[in-house]
Ligand binder design. Structure first.
Ligand code: NDP
Length: 444
């Protein structure tokens, strides 16, 4: 009997109806079996049982009034999963699909991702089932103010530092921070992703997408390949997708397809990133509008079709479980040789198997998309020392962090006899640091 199967079984039993959380726990614990064998004192100290149980889960009502004067009620969450190596840190997601299962999977993944960055940050995640899409600016502001009116008492620069995620961009962060500051009557770095004029860090906006490309570049280099001349397909057209596309292009690739939750565009000339930025960041429009400005491009309904476009490198940057077994098989059949996960858990376990069976270079989310939270930690540092670093300095630090993560992950995979399996390397390396800290700090 494997040592950790009991832990997985207990998680499933204790947390019914939470499939995404089960999926994330299984993926991590299944690769930690050799760690449990090597460190029996961690098993005895209950580290594995403790790490799958959030330290604190906060669920609260968020009431607000819409533009028609109607009272609206949403549910707010903050999952403070693990604080062994630093204050809780992780984004806030506003999307109608948000529930406890999704936030627990995200919070759990965040523990290991944050550990891999080498920065002193614990793991958390939060959000609401509020849908910012189609809401007026006034409605978004009133919702954010109400959300923060409860959340503010649970966060702080040394306690828990939220940031953005799906549906929480610059606008939402502004409203959330404004309310936090008003309630606390103090100006501290308790949220990251802030505007540049009020404590934000340069490169934070670009960091997840840029970091993803820096990581993939290292993985490609190890196999004698590069972005230069490669064809790239990216899902999503939000924060991560846009800056992954921008960096991939700057590294010499041609990005030919992007998507949103309604459909995808294919542009044989290479996607014009400025058009995407204008449509998505400024006008908040659908990606279908792109073809109005680029007549050679085509729009197709249905977002999953994006994986049918032939490419060398695929970068899933939209949401969890967006790339299934069939999509993985199509990518492989079309010659795709590398996949870099910008989104959290975008590939299903069956899709990941297809990638490994076909020797696709697979860059797992918790390592490859860690650039965002790493730069958030750099924002926290700048806030603490009350200064702001220039773009080039932050970008150079981000690149260095991503290269370090790649080296740690690939050498750990090798050490545990799984050369080239960056997923196992990321899980083990991320876990060991946190487990060591938990063991040293006694029972909590
Ligand atoms: P955004 O809200 O900026 O963009 C999300 C994109 O994904 C949009 O194009 C959206 O389309 C699409 N999308 C969302 N939900 C679905 C769905 N159910 N099916 C298909 N498409 C969907 O979010 P981010 O770019 O910030 O986040 C994207 C992913 O990256 C998430 O998994 C997030 O957790 C992860 N991530 C983000 C980080 C960050 O720094 N922002 C850091 C690390 C990971 P539409 O506009 O139609 O909804």
């Amino acid at each position: 009997m494997k040592i950790l199967q009991n832990v997985i079984d207990r998680v499933i039993e204790k947390n019914p109806n939470e499939p995404e959380f089960h999926q994330a726990v299984k993926e991590v614990l299944e690769s930690l079996e050799p760690v449990a064998e090597r460190y029996p004192h961690w098993v005895k100290a209950g580290i594995f049982d403790r790490i799958v149980e959030p330290e604190r889960q906060i669920i609260f009502r968020v009431t607000w009034v819409d533009d028609n004067g109607n009272v609206q009620v949403n549910r707010g969450y903050r999952i403070q999963f693990n604080s062994a190596i630093g204050p809780y840190k992780g984004g806030l997601r506003f999307h109608p699909s948000v529930n406890l299962s999704i936030l627990k999977f995200l919070g759990f993944e965040q523990i290991f991702k944050n550990s891999l960055t080498g920065m002193p940050i614990g793991g958390a995640k939060g959000g609401s089932d509020f849908d910012p899409k189609g809401k007026s600016e006034g409605e978004i502001m009133r919702f954010c103010q109400s959300f923060m009116t409860e959340l503010y008492r649970h966060i702080g620069e040394d306690t828990d530092v939220p940031a953005g995620d799906i549906g929480v961009g610059a606008k939402e962060i502004g409203f959330l921070y404004g309310q936090y500051k008003r309630l606390k009557n103090s100006f501290t770095g308790a949220i990251t992703g802030k505007g540049i004029t009020w404590g934000g860090s340069l490169v934070r906006k670009e960091a997840t997408g840029y970091g993803l490309c820096y990581f993939v570049e290292e993985a490609l280099k190890a196999k004698g390949r590069s972005f230069e001349g490669a064809t790239v397909v990216i899902s999503g057209s939000g924060n991560v997708a846009i800056y992954a596309a921008e960096k991939a292009e700057r590294l010499g690739a041609k990005v030919v397809a992007m998507s949103d939750s309604n459909g995808y565009i294919y542009d044989p000339d290479g996607i014009n990133i400025d058009t995407i930025k204008r449509l998505k960041e400024i006008e908040r429009k659908r990606i279908s509008e792109y073809v109005k400005y680029h007549p050679n491009a085509k729009y197709f309904d249905g977002c999953s079709g994006v994986w049918s476009i032939k490419c060398d490198i695929a970068l899933p940057c939209a949401t969890q479980n967006e790339l299934d077994k069939k999509a993985a098989e199509t990518l492989v059949a079309n010659g795709c040789y590398a996949v870099g996960e910008g989104a959290n858990m975008p590939s299903t376990p069956e899709a990941i198997k297809v990638f490994f069976n076909n020797k696709v270079i697979f860059c797992p989310a918790k390592a490859a998309n860690a650039g965002g939270v790493a730069t958030s930690a750099l924002e926290m540092t700048q806030n603490s020392i009350r200064c702001s670093w220039p773009f080039e300095k932050v970008d150079a630090k981000l690149k260095e962090i991503m290269i370090n993560i790649y080296n740690t992950v690939s050498s750990t995979a090798k050490e545990y006899g799984c050369e080239d399996n960056l997923l196992v390397g990321a899980n083990i390396a991320g876990f060991i640091k946190v487990a060591d800290a938990m063991y040293a700090q006694g029972l909590f």
